[in-house]
Design a protein around this ligand. Structure first.
Ligand code: HMG
Ligand code: MG
Length: 345
């Protein structure tokens, strides 16, 4: 069931047999420009980070075949952009040690964008040899987080990435850029807007096509999202270049996404089941769950192209593989409802 509206009373997505919105407050109000939601886009691009951001921080390291099952299952459910692994040092992130296998073996579909994190030229070279056509570079707005996560200062990281982006573009690859710790740093606390702007501008100037603004430790709240986004837009960054990446550590991710949508943001990062975290950001927990985001967007009349039922059957299986209950609220509701009616998910 894809892109349908929801009534939320049975723990799963209901149908709208005649295709009309189940509730008001969606397309009609946007057309009239009469609601809080007048700038909300008609469609949102979900950028699935579960196989990378999610699995990099799970206690159980999934075997490569299971990871491939996850990636391919998410794509079958309608995910059209997915970060499949990271070409980082396996001594730093053991769970991503099978990056060559993942990127070489994944069954690619032409309409789907597969991406991988790279921290330097060595990572880029591996990604390119394994057939990646898109990579993502990543750094925080703060020096301390960068030292802990990539063993470089912000200036050193930017210098490294200049060479990485130059080389990737020369090879015909696309490059995405993450700015981490945008709403707070686990080591430095509050982060000045100027620092975020400096990193964002440098990445765009190098040629990254999109900036993912990371709430790495899940501390952001709605007014902060407005403040930072407006600040970046006011400095000339285009709305189409902004994606949001929320870890849901304190339960504010969906509220923050709503604000981003109200500002017109069209790309949302999320992880199936709510997997995830950054191993070098103490206390960081999972990314906002893809199911929860898709459920909310569908209820708001926003297209995602994702089939929620298919997605949730993958996350249900994934919880079993990882031996833990995944944090996605939609998944819990779905499993609860299925148990009540005796349905096997
Ligand atoms: P380093 O130790 O400074 O690297 O690590 P180096 O250049 O000095 O080399 C040391 C050794 O690492 C050498 O091997 C290199 O060959 C090897 P040795 O000679 O000792 O045997 N090496 C590599 N091996 C494999 N792949 C590579 C690579 N590069 C060097 N690409 C480095 C620097 C960046 C490599 C390291 O710090 C690292 O791998 N860090 C990864 C950190 C990471 O992945 N963190 C999680 C992702 S960030 C995140 O989750 C946030 C995000 O989701 C957004 C948000 O939430 O805000 C993106
Ligand atoms: Mg992250």
């Amino acid at each position: 069931m894809t892109d349908e509206h929801t009534t939320a009373d049975d723990g799963r997505s209901p149908s709208t047999a005649n295709g009309t919105p189940a509730t008001d407050g969606t397309a009609r109000e946007r057309r009239n420009g009469s609601s809080l939601f007048s700038a909300v886009p008609d469609a949102v691009s979900i950028y699935e980070v579960g196989p990378r951001d999610g699995l990099q921080n799970e206690k159980v390291v999934l075997p490569t075949d299971r990871k491939l099952e996850l990636i391919e299952g998410a794509v079958d459910a309608g995910i059209s952009r997915v970060e499949i692994t990271s070409f980082v040092n396996p001594r730093w992130i053991p769970a991503m040690a099978d990056h060559m296998d993942i990127a070489s073996r994944v069954k690619r579909r032409p309409e789907v964008q597969y991406s991988a994190l790279v921290p330097n030229l060595r990572g880029l070279d591996g990604a390119s040899r394994a057939g990646m056509t898109e990579v993502a570079v990543f750094l925080a707005a703060t020096d301390t987080h960068n030292r802990k996560n990539i063993n470089k200062t912000t200036a050193e990281a930017l210098e490294t990435y200049r060479a990485v982006v130059d080389e990737a573009l020369a090879r015909g690859m696309k490059v995405r850029g993450y700015v981490s710790c945008v709403y707070g740093c686990p080591y430095e606390g509050t982060v000045a807007l100027e620092k975020i702007k400096r990193v964002a501008d440098s990445l765009l100037e190098m040629g990254v096509y999109e900036l993912s603004l990371g709430d790495t430790i899940g501390v952001g709240t709605p007014r902060q999202i407005e403040y930072v986004s407006q600040g970046l837009l006011a400095s000339g960054i285009d709305l189409n270049q902004i994606a949001v990446h929320f870890h849901d550590t304190r339960g504010t991710a969906l509220a923050n996404i709503t604000v981003a949508l109200q500002l017109g943001v069209r790309t949302v990062d999320s992880a199936i089941g709510g997997l995830g975290g950054c191993p070098y950001a103490p206390g960081a927990s999972g990314n906002v769950a893809t199911e929860d985001v898709v459920y909310m967007l569908q209820g708001m009349g926003i297209k995602t192209g994702v089939d929620l039922d298919r997605l949730v059957s993958i996350s249900a299986r994934l919880g079993g593989y990882l031996g833990r209950e995944l944090p996605s609220k939609y998944l819990k509701a779905h499993l609860g409802h299925s148990a009540r009616i005796g349905k096997v998910v």
